[in-house]
Design a protein around this ligand. Structure first.
Ligand SMILES: [Zn+2]
Length: 98
């Protein structure tokens, strides 16, 4: 693996790093930082200002996700933040039986 200049700003494979402390090792990074940047939970709640910022970002994502779902249903607790859920449609992806 020798790719010295493999800096691609794609969200897919980019490693998430906390906006404040820069950690990439936390499992609880969430896109609730300024401008949708990633923040870890300890940093997001470190100050009242950050906590409010995170709440605002969460609320905006929640509203946006709910607006995208035909059932106004939102799944939370995922790494990507709130995501729209289509309760009428079958779950995506193959059934992993067997
Ligand atoms: Zn952090």
């Amino acid at each position: 693996m020798s790719s010295p200049n493999a800096h691609t700003p794609t969200a897919e494979n980019a490693e998430h790093a906390c906006h404040y402390c820069g950690t990439t090792e936390k499992d609880d990074l969430r896109p609730y930082g300024p401008g949708g940047s990633w923040v870890c939970f300890p940093c997001a709640t470190a100050t009242p200002e950050r906590e409010q910022q995170a709440k605002n970002a969460f609320g905006a994502l929640l509203d946006g996700a709910a607006a995208m779902s035909p059932d106004n249903a939102v799944m939370i607790g995922t790494e990507q933040g709130p995501r729209p859920v289509n309760l009428s449609a079958p779950p995506a992806g193959g059934d992993g039986r067997g």
